[in-house]
Design a protein around this ligand. Structure first.
Ligand SMILES: [Zn+2]
Length: 236
């Protein structure tokens, strides 16, 4: 089916590395902080998962501070009918799998992947939007979306994710595709959100984090374990 083929390929993670000299001021914020949501159970089920980023000289993952909410905004430009529901549901599923809290801060006219992030003061919220390959060359070919996160050093020198972006290809997220294949399209959004929270690709086709979408609409066992581990990191 051409429709499925169009939506088939999912993109690699894109990660920025902020300038070293921009030290965050977040160290003092986390003292005594509590998780908004409980940590998820980590179930070892033999699946495959990988991290989008690891700590320097370590295999430990880089993830979000689970005591902070992940703030996000949606840019409605190019959004297909039904598109917002895909985003809302993908975020809900990512939150359930990680125990990380997300806060919708409303619509924005900022574009995903602005090429930088404000690190003086509060980091920018995650921006989720729709775009085409003229604006985002990474969307060329069969790529239906790109997701990535921004890391910065916390007070103890560990990297943590503080912002990110998802751009969804308007050529894949057509009104017809969203109407006829909503679960497949939602799974693509969830795959990209999983990059934002810190998962990388795996070579196991039964996982949603396989680089190509094979029609998989549910998280696999490795996806679930990896997301639970990312949501179980210590508070910053
Ligand atoms: Zn991907």
């Amino acid at each position: 089916m051409a429709l499925v083929a169009t939506a088939a390929m999912l993109a690699a993670v894109v990660a920025w590395h902020p300038a070293e000299q921009l030290d965050p001021v977040r160290g003092a914020i986390g003292l005594g902080a509590e998780r908004p949501l409980p940590a998820p159970a980590v179930v070892r089920a033999g699946g495959a998962y990988s991290w989008a980023m690891t700590q320097p000289d370590s295999d430990d993952p880089v993830g979000w501070d689970p005591c902070q909410e992940i703030r996000y905004r949606v840019n409605p430009a190019g959004e297909p009918p039904g598109g917002r529901a895909l985003v809302t549901e993908a975020i809900r599923r990512a939150s359930a799998a990680t125990g990380l809290a997300f806060t919708d801060e409303g619509d924005t006219d900022e574009r995903p992947f602005p090429g930088g992030v404000r690190l003086f003061g509060r980091p920018d919220p995650v921006v989720i939007g729709w775009g085409d390959q003229a604006e985002y060359p990474d969307l060329a070919g069969q790529v239906a979306g790109v997701g990535g996160a921004v890391a910065q050093r916390d007070g103890s020198g560990r990297l943590e994710l503080v912002s990110g972006s998802v751009v969804l290809d308007v050529e894949a997220f057509t009104p017809t595709a969203v109407a006829e294949q909503p679960r497949v399209m939602e799974a693509i959004v969830l795959h990209e959100v999983a990059h934002v929270v810190g998962l990388g690709h795996v070579s196991e086709p039964m996982e949603l984090m396989y680089a190509d979408n094979t029609g998989q609409v549910e998280l696999g066992p490795g996806d679930r374990e990896g997301l639970a581990r990312l949501g179980s990191l210590p508070c910053g």
